[in-house]
Each structure stands twice: as C-alpha cells, then as structure tokens.
Design a protein around this ligand. Structure first.
Ligand SMILES: [Zn+2]
Length: 136
C-alpha cells in the first residue's frame, strides 16, 4: 500500500517542519499531486489514520491536482494528451514518453499552529466532534 507510505512521508515532512518552527501542531498541508499518481482518494483515506498521534492530527489536507502534459519531440513543445493513458502528441500523433507534469507528489506548503506568547488559554477543549473513534 504505497498510499499509506506516501501519507506517512508527507506527515513526517510536515511534522519536521513544525518542529523546526517551534509549532506544536500542523493545521493544513497542501500537496501537489499529478493525475498519474492516481492516489488522490486513497491519500485522503490514509491521511487521517496516519496522522493520528502526530502533530498533523486534525490537519486539513488539500490536494492540488496537476494535469498531465508531455513534451512532443516532433513539435518540440509541451502538449496535453487527450487521455491519461494516451501518451501521444494531440497535434501530430507522435508517441512521447516524456512526461512533463502529472507524476509529481510534492508537499507544497504547511500551515502551522505556532503558539504566540502562550498568553491565551491553550486551545485544547474543542475536540467534541471527534466521532471517528469507534467504540462498541
Ligand atoms: Zn507533436
């Protein structure tokens, strides 16, 4: 299940970033995901359980989907194929293996909850809608 390891590595990156910046929590992660990565839904599913117990718990996961584009050697231009599994130039029909975008999986930005002067009361009491834990 490489979706889970992807979710885990994104979370690790974000947690490291939080630690470096003295933040206790990550509130939002933004990820660029190419359409060929095809893990979008799975990533949403994996994110929450993978984030549990880390600084990313409860963070919002935003995914920017990156469309497929290829470099056509005949046209010497970046083109968008008509289908995801049709790596041909839409203009001249030349098959092109050179994917320019569509395969990326990249953590773009991380929003952190950095405690300011710690003067306010800690925001720990608003977890009432945690309905994900299944109890018999
Ligand atoms: Zn072409």
């Amino acid at each position: 299940m490489h979706e889970l390891s992807l979710a885990t590595s994104l979370i690790e990156l974000a947690c490291e970033h939080a630690a470096e910046n003295g933040a206790s929590r990550v509130t939002r992660l933004r990820v660029r995901l190419g359409v060929l990565a095809a893990v979008r839904r799975a990533l949403y599913f994996c994110f929450e359980p993978a984030a549990r117990g880390t600084a990313c718990e409860g963070a919002v996961l935003e995914i920017d989907e990156v469309p497929l584009s290829v470099l056509c050697p005949a046209c010497d231009a970046v083109k968008t194929p008509s289908g995801l599994y049709n790596f041909r130039c839409p203009t001249c029909g030349t098959p092109t293996p050179r994917v320019v975008t569509g395969r990326e999986m990249q953590l773009v930005s991380v929003e952190l909850d950095i405690p300011e002067a710690a003067s306010e009361s800690p925001p720990s009491a608003h977890r009432s809608d945690d309905s994900t834990s299944a109890r018999p």
